[in-house]
Design a protein around this ligand. Structure first.
Ligand SMILES: [Zn+2]
Length: 251
């Protein structure tokens, strides 16, 4: 949020000029929720998701749940997340993260929304919790995918989408390359995770939504596809997962 405070409008305008059709912005802490609602209401191209990020799991309680439910009444809040587990940073204790993850999956299911899952160094527990919950859920995506192809298969079998970040453009991406080759077109998504994980050749700088074209370009090369074809597929997947299949033309 803070990293786009000064030039958010310009970045959104440039993204439209670059041909982006949809941007999904994510509020990961309660203090950002109102801003997400404001941004999506001001910008036809932008949709929103809100949820308590695993880093902030200790903040999740009954009051937060009530605030989230009230924000979800907004039509353009189309996803629940990021939620999940991060045992790499461990900013919240493990057991607290697992409890917040389970409770928010239930909340998302109850609200009929797809989830955006953040999972880092937490493979076993993520699969266990999703395995218990997925039958009641309204789909979801594992964002900034960082696991292997076998894990991707298990997540696909549970109905999830796999989202590929800018790290696919890094030289160290061998495992992720195998995932990009493997995931069927109808389940693949691309993202920036802006302002983080900036794709090559801008690595080290702030990431912006339209850099997703670099990520999609690399993915198309790996999949031996035309980039326009892959971009159209990804766009269709976004519409199916987050917009109930209803394309809403940007004004
Ligand atoms: Zn994340």
């Amino acid at each position: 949020m803070e990293s786009f405070a000064k030039d958010r409008d310009q970045v959104i305008r440039k993204s439209i000029d670059e041909g982006l059709k949809y941007i999904l912005t994510v509020g990961t802490e309660e203090r950002y929720f109102a801003k997400v609602v404001e941004i999506v209401n001001d910008n036809p191209i932008v949709y929103g998701a809100i949820g308590i990020h695993p880093h902030n799991s200790t903040d999740f309680n009954g009051n937060t749940a009530a605030t989230i439910r009230s924000c979800l009444k907004q039509k353009k809040i189309v996803g629940y997340g990021e939620i999940g587990l991060d045992f790499f940073k461990n900013y919240s204790p493990k057991d607290v993260q697992m409890k917040a993850f389970r409770e928010q999956l239930a909340l998302a299911a109850d609200e009929g929304l797809p989830v955006i899952i953040h999972s880092r160094n937490a493979l076993t527990e993520t699969l266990q919790i999703l395995g218990e919950a997925y039958r009641n859920m309204h789909g979801g995506v594992v964002h900034c995918y960082s696991y292997d192809r076998e894990t991707a298969k298990r997540l696909l079998d549970m109905g999830f989408y796999i989202s590929i970040p800018g790290t696919i453009t890094y030289r160290s991406a061998e495992e992720l390359v195998k995932v990009v080759e493997y995931v069927p077109g109808e389940r693949i998504l691309a993202e920036t995770d802006a302002p983080f994980l900036t794709p090559h050749p801008h690595r080290g700088k702030r990431n912006v939504p339209y850099f997703v074209k670099l990520t999609t370009g690399k993915m198309a090369e790996i999949r031996r596809q035309q980039v326009e074809e892959l971009a159209a597929t990804i766009c269709g997947n976004f519409i199916r997962l987050f917009l109930n299949g209803q394309e809403v033309p940007a004004e």
